[in-house]
Write a protein that binds this ligand. Sequence first.
Ligand SMILES: *Cc1c(COP(=O)(O)O)cnc(C)c1O
Length: 359
Amino acid sequence: MSRFASEKLNALEAYTPGEQPRDMTYIKLNTNESPYPPSPAVLAAVDRGEVENLRLYSDPEGADLCEALAVLYDLAPENVFLSNGSDDILNFAFWAFGGDGAVFPAITYSFYPVFCQLHGIAMETVPLEPDWTIDPAKLADKGKLTVLANPNAPTGIALSPEEIETIVASNPHHVVVVDEAYVDFGAKSVYPLVEKYDNLLVVMTYSKSRSLAGARLGFALGNAGLIADLNKLKYATNPYNVNRLTLAIGKAAVESQGYFDGNAQKIIRTRAKTVTALEKMGFQIPPSQANFIFITKPGLDGAVLYQKLKARGVLIRHFSQPALAQYNRVTIGTDQEMETFLAQVTEILVEEGTCCANC
Ligand SMILES: *Cc1c(COP(=O)(O)O)cnc(C)c1O
């Protein structure tokens, strides 16, 4: 911290990203990236000519990509907003639509409170149910910006489109943001509702199911008015915030949607196998529709599991918040990565003396 920082900056508690350590090679099950490479079409989309064209600014509208996404989601290009990752879009959405305050579940993506603090937005949180589900009635009719990750993080539990529609319909004078970062792993998107509700903004990302976390590309689907508001903020901050290479890659990824859907199906199958194996060892896991699982085992300390796995070259995500401290979030990798993870967990259970007959 310098002596020049404003009071507001000094008081800000920023988001803590998952570790990206460089001390050794880990099996990385901590930041919900895809274990699979981008599609061959994506790899072919960037050639020397594209790199040479970097001397030119990118298209601030990303019109070609907006059109491709509009076709994919059966909407119009005016319903599509592009930005530098979906965190960037969430930032804009809080900034643009949080004037009357914001509400979200008490346990969810830990970036939301940071945006509230950053923009001076009054924040309300709604507790989860004891089984980690969200009761949609508790988020209904709040009269303020309502934000919902679906599936939720770090639980992986999803609401149905019908449940989300009750929240959107109950709050017609404020925006409802549905953060669908993990929707491709088994939940159902609410994007078809953007034509029916002018207050619904669906936020999606290329970082998870599309294997492009490092390209930094997110998009939002919503009523043309909402999209225009987001564009105004983008043009007031950084109009070229999606670079030329990423625009090209993003369009190639739309053209190979089938490849990415296939990868999501593989992850769903690996998730089922991993859950079965962990449950046999006595772990408790809420039903996940995401590319991660939220695991705990009575008698096994959550921080100990995290540390011992890290020492053995397997990184998972541990949260220090007291309510989550006995849990860990584990990204679903390839079958082989998960077999290694399970073998290491088994050894740790033996060491910790919490092994059961199935270990
Ligand atoms: C990963 C994630 C995002 C953001 O990802 P970007 O890489 O910024 O697109 C947004 N919301 C949730 C809930 C996430 O887990």
